[in-house]
Design a protein around this ligand. Structure first.
Ligand SMILES: [Zn+2]
Length: 358
């Protein structure tokens, strides 16, 4: 249970001059709720007591840490240890989900708790400019006031295909005017904040810590999957892994928005439009079982508006297909959960938070 988006920087946006400062902040964040002592910090980070003393003094002065009482260690005499805790509202991060139906924007504190949110209906079928202007206005509104100077950045989750490294979109289905758009640069120019562009499904899988091999399976206006494999986000050679919805499941099936025939996404969406939910659910269930057999993930969270609006048939079909297609389902057990509705913008915000924890 060690996965942390902080271990997988998209690009170097680190806010701290000293990597050891970030290591200390990570250890404090991972420590007990009532705080962690300097002695424990030294043990967790491998830094000397002297280094810990200097770093914590700096982080206390910057307002990122606070002293949170004292702890007497059983069997030890002498001075009780001072506990240190994160100051949740010392900094904030923004996470946005830009979808085919609208924009969701969240502000979170250092613990990932949502502190403000906004939504807007937009039409991404046309030119991107007005949509980006609207998102920038929402960012301005949400960060107005005394917290403005304490916002670390904006994580922006979008449908793929896209290149996370340069923040450029590539032929997103249903958004033809966005092909080739330098989304990161456009939003950085509008918001004056560091922006990380990430695929919506990858943001989804980063919305929580979890087992080292896990997936976020998404059914909304499209179908996709975000992957954490071996404790690391799996983005692939061009950062475009997880186009789970565009695996061919029927070579003679319906034409997909991507131009190919018989993609899982086309099969699911065609069945759903015809109100054949069971057919869509079975197709998704088979694909999830294939994913488990291919990658041996042990934990799958299900997200996306379409699925979460009517989850039962999908969960039932996925459980059925896992039970019948995995040779030893007790040994290769898969935990299936429903993701929160805000998982994608929360995961995007978690990426922006990494500026402090990298
Ligand atoms: Zn397709």
């Amino acid at each position: 249970m060690t996965t942390d988006p902080a271990l997988h920087p998209v690009r170097n946006l680190s806010l701290l001059r000293d990597r050891n400062d970030a290591a200390v902040l990570r250890a404090v964040r991972a420590g007990a709720e009532n705080g962690i002592s300097r002695v424990e910090l030294a043990a967790h980070t491998g830094l000397t007591a002297q280094a810990i003393s200097k770093i914590t003094a700096r982080l206390l002065a910057e307002g990122l840490l606070t002293e949170a009482g004292r702890e007497r260690v059983a069997g030890q005499t002498g001075k009780p240890r001072t506990l240190l805790r994160l100051v949740p509202r010392a900094r904030f991060a923004l996470g946005a989900q830009l979808g085919r139906r609208g924009i969701r924007l969240l502000q979170v504190d250092l613990t990932g708790t949502v502190t403000a949110r906004a939504e807007a209906a937009v039409d991404p079928q046309g030119e991107p400019g007005p949509v980006l202007d609207r998102l920038a206005a929402m960012v301005d509104d949400l960060t107005a006031g005394p917290t403005a100077q304490r916002v670390l950045g904006l994580g922006l989750a979008c449908p793929g295909p896209l290149d996370t490294r340069d923040g450029v979109l590539h032929q997103v289905t249903g958004m033809p005017g966005w092909h080739g758009l330098h989304l990161r640069d456009e939003m950085e120019a509008r918001t004056h904040l560091p922006v990380i562009v990430e695929k919506n499904t990858t943001a989804g899988v980063l919305s929580r810590l979890g087992p080292d091999n896990r997936a976020f399976v998404y059914l909304g206006d499209g179908v996709g999957a975000g992957l954490v494999l071996g404790g690391r986000v799996h983005r692939g050679a061009r950062t475009n892994a997880g186009e789970f919805g565009h695996q061919c499941v029927d070579p003679t099936g319906p034409l997909c928005a991507c131009g190919a025939r018989g993609c899982l996404e086309a099969v699911c969406l065609t069945a759903l439009r015809a109100r054949r939910t069971d057919e869509a659910a079975r197709a998704l269930g088979i694909a999830v079982a294939n994913l488990v057999r291919l990658l041996d993930v042990e934990d799958i969270s299900l997200g996306g508006t379409t699925l979460l609006d009517d989850p039962d048939p999908f969960e039932t079909a996925i459980r059925t297909e896992l039970a019948t297609r995995i040779p030893d389902p007790h040994w290769q057990h898969v935990t299936l959960t429903r993701a929160p509705r805000l998982a994608i913008p929360q995961g995007a915000a978690a990426l922006a938070l990494t500026r402090l924890f990298l």
